[in-house]
Design a protein around this ligand. Structure first.
Ligand code: GMT
Length: 378
């Protein structure tokens, strides 16, 4: 199949999933065209099956806001015609599903039919999309898609609750390339990060308020009072200065390593003993799955789709949002006994196997085939 993929090219989860999906589909013989405003960060290798087409938005002083949707839909029209793309898979409803619908309509005028598969990722529904400013356009775009998928059952329920949806929503969970996370723990150069007696705690996110990064610091502060420990903070975002200040006030700056953005999280996770994800809301929690695939147990909140990934008492523990004490107790329970920690690490890795990309990517292929068949009949 010739598949056009539209996504955000940044470090956000939806862009990562879309990029990894495109790469895997290309390995399975499909021709993939990424259409976005920058080369996706995890798209290191372009090949004869993987192409990247940049969307440019010319600056014009009359425009207070530069019209990205317009430029994207025009680019989609051009790329579908030039490369004979058969199906468009858009990740994140805003504005991708909307722009794809416009492209589809323009192409129809020329007798070209290209169906649209929209994947909902979370914040496009729970935080941004349901805002009254966007809601009618998001509802319209979802209902006009030829197929809709959501990354968890929880996100599907949220979508049906928040929007008036007529379309069926298929749940296709996020996935992981387990090969990438297949470490032998003894090979990791753990000594570079901490001394032998210290446990390594990790958090990875875009440091937005929804991630509740202050809770990460509070839980870590409590842990390190009981057990020698270091905290690895990976990511950039608006809360960074606040948490640096919080660490300074608590007197733990020397125990926290800020890595900034990283394309090598597998290497950092390889050092880790515990992953913290206390988010306010999370449609899936890809970062938790990446940690689990590295054999890192997860202490998380019990919100959104996280319980579909992190299993209570098996791969880690889940607490109510903001319950720092419970998260601390659970973290100490895992970290205070090396045999128990080893069991949780093994469980985390084996729970992650459920999300092996070899099992999940064919679900997208089946949806593409089904959608193309239905559209041929119409
Ligand atoms: O987590 C973020 O803030 C980024 C956001 C995105 O859309 O890129 O992530 C969302 O999509 C990920 C991939 O499907 C999910 O794993 C995240 O849980 C989801 N984030 C939220 O729902 C807050």
């Amino acid at each position: 199949m010739k598949i056009g993929i539209v996504c955000y090219p940044t470090f956000g989860g939806s862009g990562v999933v879309a990029t990894e999906l495109g790469i895997e589909l290309s390995k399975r013989g499909h021709e993939i065209h990424f259409i976005t405003y920058n080369q996706p960060v995890r798209l290191e290798l372009l090949s004869n099956n993987v192409h990247y087409h940049e969307v440019n938005v010319p600056e014009y002083p009359l425009f207070h806001y530069q019209p990205y949707e317009l430029a994207l839909s025009s680019k989609l029209v051009d790329m579908v015609k030039l490369h004979k793309i058969e199906i468009l898979h858009v990740h994140y409803a805003i504005p991708h599903a909307y722009a794809a619908y416009m492209a589809k309509k323009m192409l129809q005028e020329e007798g070209i039919y290209v169906p649209i598969v929209t994947t909902l990722h979370g914040t496009d529904i729970t935080l941004v999309g349901s805002h009254p400013f966007y809601k009618p356009a998001v509802t319209f775009s979802i209902n006009k898609s030829d197929a809709v998928t959501a990354v968890s059952s929880s996100l599907k329920e949220d979508t049906l609750r928040l929007f008036d949806i007529k379309n069926e929503i298929h749940v296709v969970p996020n996935f992981i390339d387990l090969e990438k996370y297949n470490h032998n723990f003894t090979d990791c150069q753990r000594g570079m990060m901490a001394n032998d007696s210290e446990k390594i705690i990790t958090h990875i996110s875009n440091l937005r308020p929804v991630k509740r990064v202050q809770d990460v610091i509070s839980v870590f502060y409590n842990i390190q009072k009981e057990i020698p420990a270091k905290l690895m903070f990976i990511g950039e975002g608006p809360e960074k200065e606040n948490i640096e200040l919080q660490c300074q006030e608590l007197g733990i700056l020397d125990k926290v390593i800020f890595f900034g953005r990283s394309n090598e999280i597998d290497k950092i996770l390889c050092f880790s003993d515990l992953f913290l994800l206390p988010s306010q809301t999370e449609s899936f929690g890809l970062a938790a799955l990446e940690a689990m695939a590295s054999g890192v147990p997860v202490i998380s909140s019990n919100t959104g789709g996280i319980p579909e990934v992190n299993k209570q008492g098996v791969s880690g523990y889940l607490s109510d949002v903001g319950d720092i004490d419970d998260m601390t107790t659970n973290a100490l329970h895992i970290l205070s006994d090396d045999t128990r920690l080893k069991t949780f690490k093994e469980n985390a890795r084996s729970e992650s196997l459920k999300f092996d990309l070899h099992a999940i990517v064919p679900q997208y292929e089946a949806i593409y085939e089904d959608t193309l068949t239905k559209c041929l009949v119409l």
